[in-house]
Design a binder for this molecule. Structure first.
Ligand code: SAH
Length: 255
């Protein structure tokens, strides 16, 4: 146990996208020096084994309960910091990418608690590497967008329509439940054979990848049933998946 006069600190640590080896050395050190670790369902629980002594608090979706609200998580962070603890908030992927990190950082700042952020490998970047999907490629895709499928008010973001009109690779997080609307939007701007992929559980042993195009991805996924957590990829990159990566295509899904 640490002496009680130790200064409180909150560290937001990027847990990476799933494979527990995709943690930075800095993230590992933060985990090892934590007194308490707050984690949710996207962080691989294997990462908790790096620290046998810390208290571990699950702040994800509780069975039969509502998900912890951001306000509840913020107040837990403060409660633990009041014990002069080093509090690690372990977050899936990179904390600064759709991770509501800023609300936790501001909570710490408002109370004068030291706060540090350790980056992590985001799900889109882990997916691109493990499935050899070139989110940029010379002469084919010159930029990429990483966007959310779900706005604060639960609606589709207007940015998706702008992205759909571009030639960029478009990667959508939190979009699985909005797949029909998103495909519909792309159909207004692109031809029916425009490539689409879905990657579920990227970088994990149980990863599943489905490749199709605008006019068949809905039907293919009605059979393959890929779900959360999943990434949607639109654009030429989506059909460049490495052949050795186990994945589902129209041929084998319909076979
Ligand atoms: N900070 C995270 C994103 C949090 S939002 C990051 O940098 O990746 C949660 C969304 O991330 C999920 O709905 C899903 O779209 C995506 N996601 C996270 N981990 C994933 C994984 N292993 N495979 C596929 N999608 C993932």
């Amino acid at each position: 146990m640490k002496p009680f006069n130790q200064k409180a600190k909150i560290t937001l640590v990027g847990a990476g996208p799933g494979d527990p080896e995709l943690l930075t050395l800095k993230g590992l050190r933060a985990l090892q020096t934590a007194d308490v670790i707050l984690y949710d369902s996207l962080a691989n629980p294997a990462l908790l084994e790096h620290n046998q002594h810390a208290k571990k608090v699950f702040v994800g979706k509780r069975k039969g309960w509502q998900r912890y609200s951001q306000a509840e998580i913020n107040s837990l962070l403060l409660d633990f910091a009041r014990f002069n603890y080093h509090v690690v908030r372990l977050k899936g992927g990179d904390p600064m990418v759709f991770g509501r990190a800023m609300e936790e950082i501001e909570t710490a700042r408002e109370h004068g608690i030291e706060v540090e952020v350790v980056p992590g490998i985001s799900s889109y970047s882990g997916m691109a590497a493990y499935h050899q999907l070139p989110i940029t490629q010379r002469g084919i895709s010159r930029s990429f967008w990483v966007m959310t499928g779900t706005n604060k008010d639960g609606r589709l973001s207007n940015d998706i329509a702008i992205a759909a009109a571009s030639s960029a690779t478009v990667i959508i997080l939190m979009g699985m439940s909005k797949l029909p609307e998103i495909v519909e939007l792309f159909t207004q701007h692109k031809s029916n054979d425009y490539p689409v992929s879905i990657v579920q559980n990227a970088t994990r042993p149980d990863a599943r990848v489905l490749t199709g195009q605008l006019d068949n991805i809905m039907a293919l996924n009605a059979i393959a049933q890929l779900g959360s957590p999943g990434l949607l990829v639109f654009g030429a990159a989506a059909n460049k998946l490495d052949a050795v990566t186990a994945h589902l295509t129209a041929q084998n899904v319909l076979a």
